[in-house]
Design a binder for this molecule. Structure first.
Ligand code: GDP
Ligand code: MG
Length: 597
């Protein structure tokens, strides 16, 4: 269809408010997916997403809808993730849309990410249609939530749609609102091609599959296209859309959203955010890209079996193509060998990438504890960023260490304000504001070191508020702090991969705690293992693991062969996640024990 019959929209929501379930209803109601094919959260394609019940990668699907006005419309639905770690994905999806359904759980109300996502939508000038979901719940209070949307966000919610994605209420009304309230895409169909890459992934048969929003011009199979950032050219092999399977088309016109393939083999040539133009009649300027993002959590990833290094290298490169917020560079650790220092937006992002590397690429990995970057000013005045605690220069060469700070916005019911304020104080936070959004809901604003959030803030916040508080944060800059490197020595050898940066006042306590934890997670070995924690060469804690006395299988008395085999198998499985460091086998948990305080 021509642009006037196209609508490009997203669904935005706080996590668990029902975005994926609503997408399922839209797929069903438009016959895009039959009831027989339907699985819950259909768009959450990747296994990990299904298991964790969250949406990670935005997915795109075309719905064909005959509206009440009798016309046939093509509705391009671009699903977005709801978690704070993925706001980058949200903003790039929104750049491909003219409107968004704002789903708010009618029993919960406006939460931190409802607001964060609405702001992203408003930045992109989207038409926002509020949907009050879960009205089937007895605790639903649509009038209160409608007032919250008006008071907190400042959106007119008088025409908010009442819905139950679970029971299919309101679906038809939502589809009509998409057609009537979201403007059709603009753009110049006759102009030189400009298409925004908003997602891409690698397919071993077709090369890169690139999701684009065509802004001006059109793309057809056989066209020669050019990537504006690199100047690389390709001949288009296929264009089409997902409904939900790939459907080939003759053309993707101005205003449309779809995919293209062009036998693109080099994964570096389809960077998300880049503009595609025509090689014969190139556009003069690219489309505005996305808000740049900076990784703020780093960890080392190493193959358990060093023979898997090349596989890991290929895998991180492929994931990087698909996820520009993920970064990597080669790193060598004296303890762990060759691997990569990888950067992530947050902890969830990190876990997801690790899990994808292991599942999709069949790798077995050891990861070091996540750490934030530090900005170090040396005695001679040079300033460097450190992404690995092991790189921290010796204290006598350092003039100042600064750590990243965030402004944290916490939404919570008023009864938990006291407990959450105490937690924020403990986490070195400074209160920057407190506001009653409604008589029962409070917005607390704190400035705090991001390192504290990486440690365990989110879990602690959830327990301090019985799960009711929600969090969003933004980086506000670097602030100097009294920070030192805590080293761990195993049998007197420093293990670089276990170093952490800690606040000086907490160093003694953290060192003892960490040495104690390591004693508990490192299994007994044939020889004695001595664990030491040290700051600036001074040992502040020491633990000892006594040697094993007998062969572990000896206690099977040689009799029960199945039991013996089981024991050996269990040992073998455990070994998979062990890394030989000097003469000592260190399990994966050891590298993460610094996270537990
Ligand atoms: P998302 O994180 O926003 O994608 O949320 P999901 O669609 O995964 O839904 C989160 C949970 O809320 C799931 O357990 C859904 O079954 C449930 N849910 C979604 N919509 C409704 C609804 O209208 N009513 C009720 N009672 N539950 C719903
Ligand atoms: Mg979801």
């Amino acid at each position: 269809p021509e642009a006037p019959r196209i609508r490009n929209f997203s669904i935005i929501a706080h996590i668990d408010h029902g975005k994926s379930t609503l997408a399922d209803r839209l797929l069903e109601a438009t016959g895009t997916v039959s009831a027989r094919q339907m699985k819950a959260q259909f768009l959450d394609r990747m296994d990990i997403e299904r298991e964790r019940g969250i949406t990670i990668k935005a997915q795109t699907v075309r719905l064909s809808y005959r509206a009440a006005d009798g016309e046939a419309y093509a509705l391009n639905l671009i699903d977005t993730p709801g978690h704070v770690d993925f706001s980058y994905e949200v903003s790039r999806s929104l750049a491909a849309c003219e409107g968004a359904l704002l789903v708010v759980d009618a029993s919960q109300g406006v939460e931190a990410q409802t607001l964060a996502n609405v702001y992203l939508a408003l930045e992109n000038d989207l038409e926002i249609i509020p949907v009050l979901n879960k009205i089937d719940l007895p605790s639903a209070d649509p009038d209160r939530v409608r007032r919250e949307i008006e008071d907190i966000i400042g959106l007119d919610a008088s025409a908010a749609i009442l819905a139950s994605a679970k029971e299919g209420l309101g679906t038809e009304e939502i589809l009509e609102a998409v057609v009537r309230r979201i403007p059709p895409p603009g753009g110049d169909p006759a102009g030189p091609l400009r298409a925004l890459i908003f997602d891409s992934w690698f397919d071993s048969y077709q090369g890169a599959v690139v999701l684009v929003r065509v802004v001006d011009g059109a793309i057809r199979p056989g066209d020669r296209i050019r990537m504006m950032s690199t100047g690389q050219e390709y001949e288009v092999s296929r264009v089409g859309h997902f409904a939900p399977d790939a459907v080939d088309r003759d053309v993707l016109g101005a205003g449309d959203v779809g995919f293209l393939t062009a036998a693109i083999k080099s994964v570096r040539d389809t960077r998300v955010g880049d503009t595609i133009t025509g090689a014969r009649r190139p556009a003069s300027a690219p489309l505005p890209g996305f808000r740049p993002v900076k990784a703020m959590v780093f960890c080392g990833l190493y193959p358990v079996d060093s023979a898997q290094y090349d596989q890991l290298k290929e895998a991180v490169e492929k994931l990087w193509l698909n996820d520009p917020a993920f970064s990597y560079e080669p790193e060598t650790s004296s303890a762990l060998g060759f691997g990569f220092r990888c950067g992530f937006l947050g902890l969830l992002h990190m876990e997801i990438i690790q899990e994808r590397l292991e599942r999709e690429f069949e790798l077995s990995l050891i990861s070091t504890a996540p750490a934030v970057p530090y900005e170090v000013t040396l005695a001679d005045g040079t300033v460097t960023k450190i992404h690995n605690p092991a790189q921290m220069p010796p204290p006598d060469r350092i003039a100042q260490v600064a750590e990243p700070y965030v402004r944290a916005e916490i939404h919570l019911p008023k009864e938990y304000v006291g407990a959450v304020m105490r937690l924020c104080d403990e986490k070195r936070g400074t209160q920057a504001g407190m506001r009653y959004l409604t008589p029962d809901r409070v917005l607390l604003t704190y400035e705090m070191p991001f390192n504290e959030i990486v440690l365990d803030f989110y879990d602690r916040l959830k327990s301090a508020s019985r799960g009711y508080a929600s969090l969003d944060y933004d980086f506000i800059g670097w602030r100097p702090a009294d920070l030192v490197k805590l080293d761990i020595l195993i049998n007197r050898q420093p293990v670089d991969a276990l170093s952490v940066i800690v606040h000086k006042e907490k160093a003694y306590y953290r060192g003892r705690d960490l040495a104690g934890r390591l004693r508990r997670v490192i299994p007994r070995q044939l020889y004695e293992v001595v664990i030491q924690a040290a700051v600036g060469g001074r040992v502040i804690a020491r633990e000892r693991i006594p040697p094993l006395r007998k062969d572990v299988t000896a206690k099977c008395y040689g009799g029960d062969i199945t039991r013996k085999r089981k024991l050996l198998e269990r040992q073998k499985a455990g070994k998979k996640r062990m890394k030989q460091v000097g003469s000592v086998e260190i399990p994966q948990e050891a590298f993460l024990s610094v996270l537990k305080v």
